[in-house]
Ligand binder design. Structure first.
Ligand SMILES: NC(=O)c1ccc[n+]([C@@H]2O[C@H](COP(=O)([O-])OP(=O)(O)OC[C@H]3O[C@@H](n4cnc5c(N)ncnc54)[C@H](O)[C@@H]3O)[C@@H](O)[C@H]2O)c1
Length: 386
């Protein structure tokens, strides 16, 4: 029997994935796993019983990742679970920027008492006319979970799509529509595209990716979309681009005093992942990750330990070890089993930064003595018998 604790309300469709071997506990100290959305965990006491934390969402800045890693607590997030929600908002952003739908709706509201509205609109509508997106060139910077969906949807809408991602994953490459043109120099996107959308993670190296220099290379009348993070764009440079006529519209999902209410800016209030479906997907994925880890010892989508997946154990028993990423660890593990004359049938070891994880399937039952011996190896953080 495993126990889990929810620090925030978690969508019911996710919790429904726990079977009879799981019990929800209000007492966080006895939980094997914690499900969390935005609750701050930095000052929380982490019990020795806690094995994992699953964040239903992508950002993990509310979780003390190092402190967890140090205690052998594996932290998961749910990358891609909200990608479709963001993709749909990006597509709507392109449409809102192409035609003055917002201006037209505001005009109708302001003239709602005009008895001749039906006639007046015919005179006024040219003010809100725009362009179509079919046939235009879209540049997608960052082809991860969101970027791939945006690129593929834009192909479906008749756009010519250029994609740039120097670290493209095999999964993304498989998922990408074959009509998307692969760009190796991001400047080619700046020089050629009518719409440019950015979907990279915020890191020191990606801050201000869209800066004055990049904008100077862009086509006149370019539309820039930012549904990733505001500081990926130098927004002062974007405003200067709007003032000079270089940039036609800037669409951002991150309200701040720089762009809110500014001419040429369409700004939403971080709505990207705010759909019922995205919350459900995150909850389902978080529970799947937690169950796979607690029941099989597999790590998929961890942010503080390496991914390490050996499927379901078909040997007699499985041992998992969270440990420091230092020399000779595997030799010491195999020697421990060798000394006890226990045959290792299968094993996997992966590392991520200072930490590593090993799964060992063996041909004999695991007893407390073996666990104690493995735990006593210098650098071992947590050992579990599955
Ligand atoms: N608006 C919202 O509510 C919302 C919701 C979810 C995510 N986001 C943002 O969107 C970003 C992307 O999300 P995702 O799920 O697609 O992430 P992801 O990790 O699946 O994809 C990111 C991609 O960017 C690529 N990349 C990294 N550095 C790059 C660079 N310098 N140039 C080009 N490509 C680069 C990576 O190789 C990866 O393919 C997130 O980091 C987050 O900030 C926003």
């Amino acid at each position: 029997m495993f126990k889990y604790n929810c620090l925030n309300p978690i969508a019911q469709v996710g919790l429904a994935k726990f079977d009879k071997n799981y019990e929800n506990t209000e007492n966080v100290a006895e939980a094997d796993g914690i499900l969390v959305r935005s609750a701050a965990m930095h000052d929380m006491e982490l019990s020795d019983n806690l094995k994992c934390v699953a964040r239903a969402g992508a950002g993990v800045n509310n979780i003390p990742l190092d402190k967890c890693a140090e205690k052998g607590i594996v932290v998961f997030n749910t990358p891609g679970a909200n990608a479709n929600a963001v993709k749909e908002l990006v597509i709507s952003g392109m449409l809102l920027a192409s035609r003055d739908i917002i201006g037209s709706a505001k005009w109708v509201e302001a003239n709602k008492d005009d008895e001749n509205l039906a006639k007046t609109q015919e005179k006024e509508k040219k003010k809100f006319a725009g362009t179509e997106i079919a046939g235009k060139k879209l540049g997608v910077i960052g082809l991860g979970a969101i970027g791939v969906l945006v690129a593929n949807a834009a192909i479906g809408l008749g756009m010519e799509v250029y994609g740039y991602d120097p670290y493209l994953s095999v999964k993304s490459a498989w998922s990408l529509d074959k009509s998307v043109k692969h760009v190796v120099d991001v400047n080619d996107i700046y020089k050629n595209c009518d719409f440019i959308t950015i979907h990279v993670p915020l890191m020191d190296s990606t801050k201000n990716t869209i800066n004055a220099e990049a904008i100077s290379l862009m086509k006149d009348g370019v539309i820039i979309l930012n549904f990733a993070r505001d500081i990926l764009c130098d927004e002062k440079a974007v405003l200067a681009g709007i003032a000079s006529g270089k940039v036609r519209k800037y669409v951002s999902d991150f309200a701040n005093p720089t762009t809110a209410g500014q001419v040429g800016c369409i700004v939403t209030s971080h709505l990207g992942a705010s759909t019922e479906e995205a919350e459900d997907n995150c909850a389902k994925m978080a529970v799947d990750e937690m169950r796979n880890f607690l029941e099989n010892g597999n790590i998929i989508n961890s942010v503080n330990y390496p991914n390490c997946d050996m499927g379901v154990c078909s040997a007699k028993a499985r041992v998992t070890i969270c440990h420091k990423n230092t020399a000779n660890m595997i030799t010491k593990f195999t020697a421990t089993f060798g000394d006890l004359n226990i045959n290792i049938e299968n094993m996997m070891n992966k590392s991520k930064g200072d930490y590593a994880y090993t799964i060992i399937d063996v041909a004999d039952d695991i007893n407390d003595d073996i666990i104690t011996k493995l735990n006593s190896i210098d650098g071992v953080i947590k050992v579990r018998a599955i």
